[in-house]
Design a protein around this ligand. Structure first.
Ligand code: ZN
Length: 107
């Protein structure tokens, strides 16, 4: 049973702790960015566009787990942001009922 080794009566704290230790574990592998394939400088501070970010392969909003080691990958902060935008443009627009370019032609 991975990720369930921290004894705590507070499930919220336990989840937070699991996420922090998973973040550290992935950083220790030193893998390149899962989106652009370039190396990540894991010493960059948070908020830097090229800093390390832990990305969920299946988003939490789609039922993915933020603490499953098989569902996370390291990315640059800026690459992760770009990926998010792309998802909204191409897929979530339909889910959210935002008019796509095709609707302009039907009038
Ligand atoms: Zn990248």
């Amino acid at each position: 049973m991975r990720g369930e080794t921290v004894p705590s009566s507070n499930p919220r704290y336990r989840k937070y702790h699991a996420r922090v230790s998973l973040r550290r574990r992935v950083a220790r592998r030193g893998d390149p960015c899962a989106i652009c394939g370039k190396s990540i400088d894991y010493s960059l501070p948070r908020g830097h566009p090229m800093a390390y970010e832990l990305d969920e392969i299946v988003p939490i909003s789609r039922g993915g787990s933020p603490t499953d080691p098989d569902n996370v990958q390291p990315t640059h902060a800026i690459c992760n942001r770009k990926k998010g935008n792309k998802l909204i443009d191409e897929r979530d627009a339909i889910d959210l009922g935002i008019p796509t370019s095709r609707d302009w032609w039907s009038e």
